[in-house]
Write a protein that binds this ligand. Structure first.
Ligand code: TRP
Length: 344
């Protein structure tokens, strides 16, 4: 059975982009693979270190979003990165052999430095982002990593790092690290209600935790075909964000929508009302699972902690064994167990 690790940074409520771009795929993978899903709070800290106040709440809320979407804590290990010091330790060890040039060439690093304003990201931690990500993946000897396209460069760097490790420490230690393959998530591109990329920071997202009312309101505010000023003007569905939402949430209705739009037989307001109904319907299982989960949590306040404790325990079984092998490869093991206090 293949082993999967993936993670997300807890930076705020998850939205439809996360569902379509990652979570739907994660839920599917649970049926065929041994899965580890990690809350990448250390990675979030790289960007939010100046104001870490919301980190813990964001982490917990993200786990709630995951479970609501169908991540099953009985099947998959759900854990928080910083609960396992193994991640930090392996990152330090891998840092020893990571050439600076590889990190300097990392396209996401260059892009974020250029684009993110109002935060100082010229830090050692942020520069080393892919090294910590390498530790995340390699600790579990995961053979597949579901990621979006934006993470492919990181995966490639991580694969090179494994080859470098194996070159340096030889065939005796080839059981320590496994080269991971990216599992590219088929991207159903979904734009925000204002037609820009869906993102919390643009305030244009439909969140997975939004109630019915809020979803309807947000869809009602969507920008439609700008060339259709009056009801009697024929619309251009292929240029309309609302039409593309139909493609995602009610594909079978697209021909009908196209004909009423191009034939100027229905106005955008009504068209959006009907879309809202389909989206609300599509998200119903998520809302129901969330409400069950919240009831469970209020009856049993330690419920989530217990899930995370179990997840961390399962993760640690694998991670500590990998770290043991890496320490051995890098000369950090004493000859006898007794001399090492029996621990390693
Ligand atoms: N870098 C990922 C992101 O920004 C989050 C992440 C951290 C991750 N560690 C990971 C993803 C390991 C996959 C595997 O979205």
């Amino acid at each position: 059975m293949s082993r999967i690790l993936s993670g997300m940074r807890p930076t705020g409520p998850l939205h439809l982009g996360h569902l379509l771009g990652a979570l739907r795929n994660w839920v599917e993978l649970q049926r065929t693979s041994e899965c580890y899903f990690m809350v990448a709070d250390l990675h979030a800290l790289m960007g939010e270190y100046e104001k870490p106040g919301a980190l813990r709440d964001n982490s917990i809320n993200m786990v709630i979003d995951w479970i609501a979407c169908g991540i099953d804590p009985d099947k998959s290990a759900i854990f928080i990165q910083s609960d396992l010091p193994e991640h930090s330790e392996l990152a330090v060890l891998l840092g020893m052999l990571t050439p600076l040039g590889w990190l300097e060439r990392n396209p996401t690093y260059k892009e974020q430095l250029r684009e993110i304003e109002g935060r100082d990201l010229t830090t050692y931690g942020f520069f080393g982002y892919p090294v910590l990500q390498a530790a995340d993946i390699l600790l579990y000897r995961a053979d597949k990593v579901p990621v979006g396209e934006d993470q492919l460069a990181h995966l490639e760097l991580i694969r090179e790092l494994v080859r470098r490790f194996n070159f340096l420490y030889g065939s005796d230690n080839s059981d320590a690290l496994v080269e991971p393959q990216p599992n590219l998530t088929p991207q159903a591109r979904i734009l925000g209600v204002d037609r820009r990329k869906m993102s919390k920071s643009y305030g244009n997202a439909i969140n997975l935790s939004d109630d019915e009312e809020t979803v309807r309101k947000k869809i009602g505010s969507m920008i439609t075909d700008p060339e259709r000023a009056r009801l009697t003007d024929p619309g251009h569905p292929d240029a309309c964000n609302v039409f593309s939402y139909y493609g995602i949430f009610a594909k079978d209705r697209q021909p009908e929508v196209r004909s009423w739009c191009e034939g100027a037989r229905k106005g955008c307001t009504d068209c959006k009302k009907e879309l809202a109904g389909s989206v609300v319907e599509a998200l119903r299982p998520i809302r129901e699972r969330r409400s069950d989960l919240m009831k469970r949590i209020s009856a049993e306040p330690g419920y989530l902690d217990e899930i995370l404790r179990r997840g961390a325990e399962k993760a640690r079984d694998t991670a500590s064994e990998t770290l043991r092998r890496v320490r051995r490869a890098m000369g950090l093991t004493r000859k006898t167990a007794v001399a090492a206090g029996g621990r390693r």
